[in-house]
Structures are given as C-alpha cells and as structure tokens.
Design a binder for this molecule. Structure first.
Ligand code: BV8
Ligand code: ZN
Length: 250
C-alpha cells in the first residue's frame, strides 16, 4: 500500500505534518461537509456557517450547531485519530493541523494540534468575547438562543466563511508546512481556503507530500503520492509499517 520511497522518506524524516479534514471523523459517525450525507436538512454548510446567517437567524444556526454538538458528544475517536497520536510519539517533530471543529483529536490524546477553524465545544459572546462552555449556555424561552451576561449574543467559537482564521495557528501552520520533511493531507476535499493551500506550500518547499482520502481531490494530481482509502484503515497500517521499518533500521 505504501511505496518504498515513502517509507524511506518517513524513516529519515525529522519533521512530519498532518493536515486533517472532516473525512478523518467520518468513521466516527460525524457527517462530512461535501459528501452526499453532508447536507443538513436542505441547507449547505456555507449557508449556515457564516456570520450574516447567524445575525439574520440565530435560532436556525443554533439549531444546526446544537444538532452537531449533540452528535459529537455521542461519538468517539476512531483508529485514524489514534494512529495520529502514535505518529506524534514516533517523529521528533510532529504537528497536527486540523480543519475539524469536533474535538476528536483532543479526545484521542493528540497534544500538538493547530485548530484552524475553531472548536464546536467552545462558545463566545459576539460583543464582549467572553467564553462559555456548553453547560453554561442558557437558551432563553423567548428567542431560543443563548445570551451573555452583557446581553450580547453567544456564538459557537468556530471560524465561519468570510471570517479570518486564528492568526497564530495559521502562521504556524504555513511555517511548519514550509520546513517539514513529509506532509500528509488526510480526509479533506482540499477546497476550503486558506487551509487547502498548505499541501501545495509543502510541495513547493520540497516536502514529500502524501494524500490519504477516500476519493481523488483537486490536489491529487499535485501530490507525490495519493493513497485512496479510509483514513481509519490506512493510518494504522502506515504507523505499523513505519514502526516495523524503524525497528529494522535500528
Ligand atoms: C477566509 C468551521 C477571508 C465552521 C469551516 C472562492 C474561491 C476561493 C476561496 C473562497 C471563495 N469564496 C470564498 C472563499 C473563502 C472561503 C472558502 O474557501 N470557500 C470555499 C467553500 C470555496 N474561505 C473562508 O471563508 C475562510 N476565511 O477566507 O477569510 C478573510 C481574510 C482576511 C480577513 C477576513 C476574512 C474560512 C474558512 C473556514 C470555514 N469554516 N468550518 C463549522 O464547521 O461549522 S469550513 C469546513 O470545511 C470545516 O472546517 C471542514 O473541515 C472544512 C473543509 O472541508 P473538509 O474537511 O475537506 O470536508 P469535506 O466534506 O469537504 O471533505 C471530506 C473529504 O474526506 C472528502 O474528500 C471525502 O471523500 C473524504 N472522506 C470521507 N470519508 C473518509 C474520507 N477520507 C478518508 N477516510 C474516510 N473515511
Ligand atoms: Zn458579552
């Protein structure tokens, strides 16, 4: 399943970076964004995951996020998440960049995570930026949306379309994409910017770039190696292969 070149490059690699998207959580039962099951009711994520939609109809947007939060509370990390925890132990410098907001990498035990699109388990006030956990939210009878003690509307702490990504996480992600020896793009359709530019940055900087995805994407023709498969199956096999080859090389 893995080329000798990939195993050689990984055995010699000091810095390895993995970018994950919704496909990594699919095997945990979390719907992806753009697959056939990706639609929520008859809305597309882009129509609900934006500030204007929230201000126009906070009740509907909260209905969508509560639907997703309740689902995410019930699901667990899958073997793909746990394989990434193992990779963090294998490589000298390992970084996980995720577009996912489902907290499953944290739940699996990954430590060094850059969350580019926020985290659905966190909420904040649109006026004073005060943070709230889910169990602190009180949905008022009147408008079915939570309000801050300052009176402001509380929103999920995720990055919506048209909003800028957290500056530190974004800067670090581009920095490590440019210095890494190997870069994996896993379970992402690679259409959402600026995250989707990271694999291409890594290619330009000379990293060995591998895509693991259940179907080809817009970057498949540019990466050095494309592995079509489920991340929950491919990643554990990759970890086994790396451990086997590094034992051999010791
Ligand atoms: C910004 C949080 C500007 C919210 C998300 C036109 C051209 C280019 C760009 C744009 C454009 N118009 C607008 C833009 C910019 C826009 C954008 O990129 N739009 C796209 C749709 C074209 N980007 C933005 O707006 C970003 N902000 O640009 O700001 C700016 C700059 C300065 C100052 C002010 C403003 C913000 C983007 C962040 C949006 N928020 N999520 C929430 O979740 O509620 S994005 C959302 O999409 C999720 O984070 C998700 O992770 C992300 C990417 O999707 P994927 O993860 O790739 O998921 P998808 O379903 O697409 O694909 C899953 C893949 O997995 C599939 O290929 C599938 O085959 C595969 N798969 C399935 N199962 C498995 C599997 N693979 C392996 N194993 C499996 N088992
Ligand atoms: Zn407030």
């Amino acid at each position: 399943m893995f080329s000798n070149l990939l195993i050689q490059r990984l055995t010699a690699a000091k810095t390895v970076v993995v970018l994950t998207g919704a496909g990594v959580s699919a095997e945990s039962g979390v719907p992806t964004f753009r697959g056939e099951k990706g639609l929520w009711k008859h809305y597309r994520p882009e129509e609900l995951a934006n500030f204007d939609a929230f201000i126009r109809n906070p009740k509907l947007v909260w209905e969508w996020y509560n639907f997703r939060k309740n689902l995410i509370y019930k699901v667990n990390p899958n073997p793909g998440h746990f394989a990434l925890v193992e990779m963090e132990k294998i490589f000298e410098n390992f970084y996980l960049i995720t577009q996912n907001v489902d907290n499953l990498h944290q739940k699996a035990g990954s430590q060094k995570i850059y969350e580019l699109h926020g985290n659905i388990m966190r909420n904040r006030c649109v006026d004073c930026n005060k943070y709230y956990n889910d169990d602190q939210l009180i949905f008022s009878e009147k408008d079915q949306v939570p309000h801050c003690e300052c009176g402001g509307l509380i929103r999920p702490d995720v990055v919506w379309f048209g909003e800028s990504l957290p500056a530190y996480e974004l800067e670090m992600s581009f920095k490590i994409a440019r210095i890494c020896d190997a870069f994996f793009s896993v379970g992402t359709s690679a259409v959402v910017q600026p995250a989707a530019s990271l694999p291409l940055e890594a290619i330009q900087a000379g990293a060995y770039v591998v895509e693991i995805n259940s179907e080809p994407t817009v970057i498949t023709n540019y990466v050095h190696e494309s592995i079509i498969g489920k991340s929950g199956e491919v990643l554990p096999k990759l970890v086994k292969e790396i451990q086997h080859s590094s034992n051999k090389s010791i």
